[in-house]
Design a protein. Structure first.
Length: 641
């Protein structure tokens, strides 16, 4: 596991100082070794966290003729099989690391080599004789890769901060991306919150030659389902796939553990890991003593069942929260409006004290239909036909008036109000809204001039294909929510502590298997992730199989009225709002005041604003000069704190 970065130099000479700053900026991703390669028109930078071949594999690695150089971030789980094939073709290796395997595979098969690789990766390859730079990101976007084009020049990196080290890169907010962020908690697709900086998308390849740029997909998700597939045959195939994927993900030359929430997904990974591990596995969890989001009874039970060496961290208001949240402004690159980033931060910090690699259960919900939103999607269309929009508005108002605000995590009150509010939107917009925060109406209030268009613009841009309801939203969540929120959050929080996290569910063979299944094997009635749940019946405790989906989160509603109140007030200030030039201070103050006085619960909304303002301050990001200023902020409305 590593971090990579670099830049072309077609119009400028080498800049050792820039390369050193870039390397230092991402050194947390690879504290064990750093290296720089200088070609005639490109510089490649690498930082390495040693996982495989601890004595060899320092980066960058060059071909025997020194014509091609590689920097690599990730793990190739089948690299030994690919290496054996290459050796049969005459290649002679100088190390045992997977980076050299990728380099030699590229020399043998060019860009066709990537389809032979199983794993998570972001790669940069420079070929001197062709003046050619190739950037590639893995199929599911587990590892990040950003780029910025400046005329004929190209800058790239595993994190935005590597690109921001270039003085030529402006730091202006992308206002369209901002509206999407405020609507859905993250920035999906190729965009980022900074104008001009983009993501290489999952399964995408970028090529630069002589100042020209090409982007194309090297991997396209499989389509079409096996309608005649039975539950028993699907269970049998999934059992083999999970067993083999976990076996490959366990390969490591450093200590390894498993993240255990006590839910179906992480417990499944633990089950298959325990079957293939001789000694006691180490497991790691975060608890919230006394809170509705606490899962300790479940993960303690699963740790006892498998006899693991279990470690847990209790995240409570007595913990120093403010310093950790402020650190997000640096390590997150972009603000993480997903409040689940905070427990992942503490989980990663604790985990790194014992191991260097951890297996996790990410991806199963997006593959097999685990989110409550999929049930909401299925119910929405018939409900819209039965209940006219006027009746839906009356029902929503009645809930606000008669159903008291609850601080419980994903309470019945929260679900009903959110669902009815979503029912007033287009079904595609509603799908994103249910996992998001600001409604179009709220967005128009805090961002004057936007008309609350964040959700609509997102749906129009994605061009969602008219498949079946479940298949439609599984595909979009795999492509965007998973890559741009869940995996993004996990990568940043874990790599901030130099910890590698591996998600076996995202082995592309499992992804393609799940895509081939008919909907009836994913959701049946009120049962979600049916094939996975039935596979694990008799293997996992019934308490795990029967528990409802809760997700990884913090008690945001309650904490913003308590331990996070001061940080919020000291960050989202009248001055900061006015200086941004893009927000309405009166509307934001009304939102905060109504939350503090328990008229509404908008803890998730406030988390998104808090992390956004911390990030803008830390990275000195400003609205573009052409942006219209928001109405003048009246500082007196903030007088009472």
């Amino acid at each position: 596991m590593c971090g990579i970065a670099g830049f072309t130099r077609r119009s400028k000479g080498a800049s050792k100082g820039v390369a050193e700053r870039i390397t230092e900026a991402i050194s947390h991703r690879g504290p064990d070794q750093q290296g720089v390669f200088e070609g005639s028109e490109a510089t490649l930078c690498a930082v390495r966290l040693k996982i495989i071949d601890l004595g060899g594999g320092d980066q960058p690695i060059l071909s025997d003729d020194r014509d091609t150089a590689i920097v690599f971030n990730g793990e190739i789980y089948n690299h030994r099989a690919v290496r054996a094939e290459l050796e049969g073709l005459g290649h002679r290796f100088h190390s045992n690391c997977d980076t050299e395997t990728v380099l030699r595979a590229f020399l043998e098969w060019d860009t066709a080599c990537f389809s032979r690789l199983r794993g998570m990766f972001a790669v940069a390859l420079w070929t001197e004789s062709q003046k050619r730079l190739v950037l590639v990101r893995d199929r599911m976007g587990i590892k990040p890769l950003y780029y910025y084009r400046n005329g004929e020049e190209l800058y790239f990196g595993s994190e935005l901060k590597a690109i921001l080290e270039h003085p030529e890169v402006p730091r202006h907010l992308d206002l369209d991306a901002l509206d999407t962020y405020l609507s859905v908690n993250y920035v999906p697709g190729s965009h980022t919150l900074i104008e001009g900086i983009k993501k290489v998308r999952p399964g995408e390849l970028l090529e630069w030659r002589h100042g020209k740029l090409w982007l194309e997909p090297w991997y396209k998700p499989a389509t079409g389902s096996r309608r005649d597939c039975s539950l028993e045959s699907a269970k049998e195939e999934l059992d083999w796939l999970l067993s083999d994927a976990v076996r490959e993900h366990l390969i490591s030359d450093v200590p390894l553990g498993v993240w255990a929430s006590g839910g179906l997904d992480s417990s499944t990974i633990l089950h298959y890991a325990a079957r293939q591990t001789a000694g006691r596995l180490k497991t790691f969890s975060v608890s919230f003593a006394g809170q509705s989001c606490d899962e300790s009874r479940y993960f303690r039970e699963i740790a006892r069942v498998y006899g693991t060496d279990h470690h847990e961290f209790d995240l409570n208001p007595a913990v120093e929260l403010e310093s950790a949240i402020e650190d997000f402004a640096y390590f997150s690159d972009e603000p993480s409006a997903d409040a689940g980033a905070l427990p992942v931060w503490y989980l990663s910090r604790m985990c790194r004290q014992h191991v260097t690699v951890a297996l996790s259960g990410e991806g199963a919900d997006e593959l097999f239909g685990g989110y409550l939103t999929y049930q909401a999607d299925r119910l929405l269309r018939p409900f819209r036909r039965l209940a006219p929009v006027g009746l839906r508005r009356l029902m929503r108002c009645a809930l606000d008036r008669y159903m008291p605000v609850s601080d419980d995590k994903i309470s019945l009150e929260y679900k009903l109000k959110r669902w009815l509010e979503g029912s007033l939107l287009d079904p595609d917009e509603a799908h994103f809204f249910w996992n998001g925060t600001f409604s179009p109406e709220q967005l128009a209030q805090i961002r004057p001039g936007t008309n609350g268009s964040g959700l609509r613009r997102l749906v129009d841009e994605l061009g969602m294909a008219p498949r079946g309801v479940l298949e439609r939203y599984l595909r979009v969540d795999q492509s965007y929510y998973l890559a741009d929120d869940i995996l993004y959050k996990t990568d940043r929080m874990s790599m901030a502590h130099s910890l590698e996290v591996r998600p076996p569910f995202l082995d592309h063979r499992i992804v393609e298997f799940a895509a081939s299944l008919p909907e009836r094997l994913k959701i049946r009635g009120g049962t979600q992730k049916l094939v996975l749940r039935e596979l694990m019946r008799g293997k996992l405790p019934e308490t795990v199989l029967k528990r409802k989906k809760t997700g990884f989160d913090i008690p945001t509603h309650d904490w913003f009225r308590g331990p996070l109140r001061a940080l919020l007030r000291d960050t989202v200030t009248p001055h900061a709002i006015a200086a941004s030039g893009i927000f309405d201070g009166h509307a934001i103050e009304a939102l905060i005041r109504d939350h503090m006085e328990r008229r509404i619960n908008v803890g998730y909304h406030l988390w998104g604003l808090l992390t956004l303002f911390l990030w803008m301050k830390r990275w000195k990001v400003e609205a573009p000069a052409w942006a219209e200023a928001a109405p003048e902020t009246n500082a007196r409305v903030f007088a009472t704190r």
